[in-house]
Design a binder for this molecule. Structure first.
Ligand code: UD1
Ligand code: MG
Length: 450
């Protein structure tokens, strides 16, 4: 059985009151349509097909080559939307799975169960439904006296009795592909001038075929986004789901309500996350770390036994037993090896700090390599930015001692075990074991003769 996935994303999303197409609004750090494409990739065989209309160019640009696209220039309904995919898909696959891009809480397990049910169905359609007290304007599932599905009736078209039906159409369908292409064009225009995909259910039943319904256990999966309030609700529910997952996996979240973990991040067991911590992008945190409070970590790799307090870390690497903060800032390309200590108000960019390096207090280290166990005194700055606007490197050896408030004017090399005096402005290389002081710094103590 080969499966194509089709994501409907052509609608405008008027109620978002936004210049951005609805499906590009983000939850858990990703556009709605990206969540859908990720699910599609998990369950489908071919590249997902996204039906675009409003803001088509923006949606295409956001997805790049993770999807292929069918344009629906005028939005004449969900049935009409799927018609636009026929040229791409006809004759290519056995099953076609269709749903809307605005349902970020759907899971791959749910989609898979709809696919699996359809694989066993003698008839041409399986869909998913929920049983709910609040109808949310969803289509109602009408069942026959033998309880098999008869039709979906749209909210606007329901009789008073049908309005009481508690089983609702989620909007996820798996079709037998050959049947779909044969029957899709027989959908008649609704009084509103739309072609309803949901009309296919009664059409199949009318042909004497069976339509299956998979009833979801978790109704929150069916939540669709129409307003900014829905967006916030979905954000919260996704966060709760993610946080539950990490707690079940052995991570302590002291306050899950204020812990934000992206879907692409991982955390090792016995790590403790303190309140108001944001773990974003693709971040990997090891075991036995303490992170937070008030910390933002984006696209970082962090080893085991690290402590990060009230700091901001971006695209950085920390090995094991590293501690930082409060108020540290690691920027792109910062690499702190085992046992590095970085105290308050330090910033490190594009630099390697070897094992055991200490940067205790307010420093800027940029474009530098620092050898193991070197101590960087308070207020030290690597002056990496030259007047010609190019960046220059600072190389510091191991076991060196950089005095407080040293200005290290790059390009510069400071040898192993060398020292600089407090307040020195170092413009020339300092040899191994030598000591340089003053403004500009001069060597006052030559290296020991061996
Ligand atoms: C649809 C279902 C309804 C179901 C509900 C679940 C139909 C006729 N009704 O209603 O039974 O309970 O979803 O949320 O399908 N879209 C397009 N092109 C179009 C029209 C819609 O791409 O021409 C996309 C929209 O962007 C949206 C999705 O399809 O993401 C659903 O369309 P919408 O018009 O909102 O249908 P509902 O009224 O919500
Ligand atoms: Mg809708």
């Amino acid at each position: 059985m080969t499966i194509a996935t089709v994501i409907m994303a052509a609608g405008k999303g008027t109620r978002m009151k936004s210049k951005l197409p609805k499906v590009l609004h983000k939850v858990a750090g990703k556009p709605l349509v990206q969540h859908a494409v990720n699910l599609a990739t998990a369950v489908g065989d071919a590249t997902p097909v996204v039906i675009v209309g409003h803001g088509a160019d923006d949606v295409k640009a956001a997805l790049g080559d993770t999807a292929q696209f069918a344009l629906q220039a005028d939005q004449l309904g969900t049935g009409h939307a799927v018609m636009q995919t026929e040229d791409l898909l006809k004759g290519q696959v056995d099953q076609v799975l269709v749903w809307a891009a605005d349902m970020p809480l759907l899971t791959a397990e749910t989609l898979q169960s709809v696919i699996d049910t359809q694989a066993k169905n003698s008839g041409p359609i399986t869909m998913s439904t929920i049983i709910a007290e609040n109808p949310r304007g969803f289509g109602r599932i009408v069942r026959q006296t033998n309880q098999s599905v008869a039709a979906i009736v749209e909210h606007a078209d329901c009789t008073p009795a049908q309005l009481e039906i508690k089983e609702l159409n989620v909007g996820v369908y798996c079709f037998d592909a050959a049947w779909l292409w044969e029957n899709l064009h027989n959908i008649e225009k609704s009084p509103k001038g739309e072609y309803y995909l949901t009309d296919l259910i009664a059409m199949a039943v009318g042909q004497g075929s069976r339509v299956e319904a998979v009833i979801l256990e978790d109704n929150t999966e069916a939540i669709g986004i129409n307003t900014r309030v829905h967006l916030a609700e979905a954000e919260k529910l996704l966060r709760q789901r993610t946080n539950q997952y990490w707690m079940d996996a052995g991570v302590t979240l002291v306050d899950p309500d204020t812990t934000y973990i992206s879907l692409d991040s991982t955390i090792g067991t016995d790590t403790v996350i303190l309140p108001n911590t944001h773990i974003e992008g693709a971040t990997a945190i090891g075991e036995n770390c303490t992170v937070g409070p008030n910390t933002i970590i984006r696209d970082c790799t962090i080893g085991n036994y690290c402590e990060i307090e009230a700091s901001v870390l971006e695209e950085a690497t920390m090995e094991n037993h590293v501690d930082i903060g409060p108020f540290g800032h690691l920027r792109k390309g910062a690499h702190l090896a085992d046992g590095v200590h970085m105290g308050n108000f330090g910033e490190v960019k594009k630099s390697y700090l070897g094992p055991g390096v200490k940067v205790g207090h307010f420093s800027y280290i940029g474009d530098a390599t620092i050898g193991e166990n070197t101590n960087i005194g308070a207020g030290t700055i690597t002056c990496n930015f030259a007047s010609d606007k190019t960046k220059h490197r600072t190389e510091i050896g191991k076991d060196a001692f950089i005095g407080s408030d040293s200005m290290l004017v790059a390009p510069l090399t400071i040898g192993d075990r060398a020292r600089t005096g407090a307040g020195s402005v170092v413009t020339k290389n300092v040899p191994e074991d030598a000591t340089a002081v003053g403004v500009p710094a001069r060597v006052i103590k030559k290296r020991k003769e061996s």
